[in-house]
Design a protein around this ligand. Structure first.
Ligand code: PGA
Length: 264
């Protein structure tokens, strides 16, 4: 599947094509996870040396569970994670390195050098962001990026909070108060919740050949509406996905509940 071009728009002095992304709506979160897992599995079967960008957090947990269960060969694949808190010790229970290990990495045969995530305790976040931007670049573009979307009105992808520009690359990004409030639950002591992150930029993410975005729950409904039906711009960073020709939104019914435009 690929999205249908629907318009040309002027952005920063340049004409860009706007696409209508595919939107799939499933009754339950489990079905979102199953469809996403199948999509990842098809990718790795078709191209065993695929480069993936993967998210963390609660949304992809079922997808990872099913991917692990499928027992596929990850020996030639590469995974470049989307983001990491800054500052956070990679061994902290809520770090995204630990999140990835306990949901996926520890259960698949990916070589350690084929998995990358920003270093949350790098001395200089700008230097770490510049280094991370180049990770796996010599192997070509990311084949498939799997994304979540931020809570409330953040519409973040990765940790590209509101104000993120279309041309942004991997960088340090302070977290939106809504993000900090939503993610504090992952910390045994909510006061440990970091104030910032290192995230792939919007332009970095859009270089992926194919993108799927997963959203589960009615706390994502407002962001999904704004992303798919609002104007495209930095007030809703996920809306920039509409400039990409191959994006699929995989939603459960509550996350899709505020959409008004027919998706058929
Ligand atoms: P969640 O986070 O999957 O935990 O809802 C998604 C995000 O903040 O991008």
């Amino acid at each position: 599947m690929s999205a249908v071009p629907i318009a040309e728009t002027l952005h920063g002095g340049e004409f860009l094509t706007v696409y209508k992304p595919d939107v799939l709506i499933f009754p339950t979160p489990e079905e979102v996870g199953r469809y996403a897992a199948q999509t990842v599995q098809e990718q790795i079967v078709t191209k065993p040396d695929s480069i993936f960008t993967f998210p963390t957090g609660s949304t992809p947990i079922e997808m990872y569970r099913l991917v692990v269960e499928a027992g596929l060969d990850w020996s030639r694949a590469r995974i470049k994670n989307l983001d990491q808190y800054y500052r956070i010790d990679p061994l902290h229970q809520a770090s995204y390195a630990v999140d990835m290990q306990k949901n996926l990495i520890d259960f698949i045969n990916i070589p350690p050098e084929n998995w990358a995530i920003p270093n949350g305790i790098a001395p200089d976040p700008d230097e770490e962001a510049a280094r991370y931007e180049e990770v796996f670049a010599e192997y070509g573009p990311v084949d498939m990026a799997v994304l979540g979307i931020g809570p409330g009105t953040t519409c973040h992808i990765g940790f590209n909070e509101r104000g993120s520009q279309l041309g942004s690359r991997t960088r340090y990004m302070p977290l939106d108060p809504q993000t900090r409030a939503a993610n504090a639950k992952f910390f045994d002591d909510p006061r440990d919740m970091p104030e910032g992150s290192i995230t792939q930029g919007i332009a970095t993410i859009l270089e992926a050949q194919r993108i799927i975005l997963l959203a589960i729950g009615d706390h994502k409904a407002q962001g999904i509406l704004r992303t798919l039906e609002g104007s495209i711009g930095p007030d809703a960073p996920a809306s920039f996905l509409r400039y990409h020709p191959n994006v699929t939104f995989i939603l459960d019914a509550p996350a899709a509940s505020q959409l008004t435009i027919s998706r058929n």
